[in-house]
Design a protein around this ligand. Sequence first.
Ligand code: PAF
Length: 288
Amino acid sequence: MILLKTASDLSRTLASRRASGARIGFVPTMGALHPGHLKLVEHSKKNSDATVVSIFVNPTQFNDANDYAQYPITLEKDIYLLEQAGCDILFLPAIDEIYPRGTALQEPYALGYLETLLEGKYRPGHFQGVCQVVHRLLELVQPSLLFMGQKDYQQCMVVRQLIHLKQLPVDLRIIPTLRETSGLALSSRNLRLSEKDKEAATAIYRSLQMIRNELRPGNLGPLITRATNEIRAAGFEKIDYVSIASAQDLSEVSNWNGHSPLVALVAAFLNGVRLIDNLSLAEAGNPA
Ligand code: PAF
């Protein structure tokens, strides 16, 4: 694995790989890697000739300075894991390499209603920051394939919108969420949970499964209330949202017609750690 720290070294190295016909696969990360990230690397390796992983904790996507300050950093372990996973190039830039003209957003991305709901509502500016960094990284890496995890469902939709807005020639592949046997979705933020908290945190997945099992056409309000109560009872001190939404555009669905594909999404705080998860729900006659 080659480790590169500057944008110019990265561009030069990739230009020569591309010139020899290599299809580049790209996995952007903020480090604190777990098997979910390594799954993305595995998919990239299967589908491309050279895999680039970036580790960059992007300051512009944190609306909460505390969250940024506490974001886990496990660089030595990350490098070891990426070597083992067969990553070809690790890009490890400093802030100046990503934002040579400063971190201020030059021009907002036209994300429309997508950034006004769910994560967008509770983390104002978050998706502008995500677009800012992903756009810059995509321009530097110029991958054919981009691998991202379904755990960040709305982020995947935002990045798809970015690709469309900027007409970027990249194919976004969304990879299913990896879970612990308890059902807890793998996340870098789990590093901040005690074993007891991890046990309590499984309430999110259980409530998502409950929604999937109990889903019937008609009013979805009672299901939302039940899931919210279950999560609260497990010890979560704050619930940003429990939502059942259109799988296609994330608009909230309060009365289901029994046919349209849905996704259930949750964001909640456990001992100060904000966890998110989601589950695709069955379409009638077509279990998810
Ligand atoms: O999902 C993440 O880890 C980040 O939002 C990403 C896509 C690497 C951008 O900083």
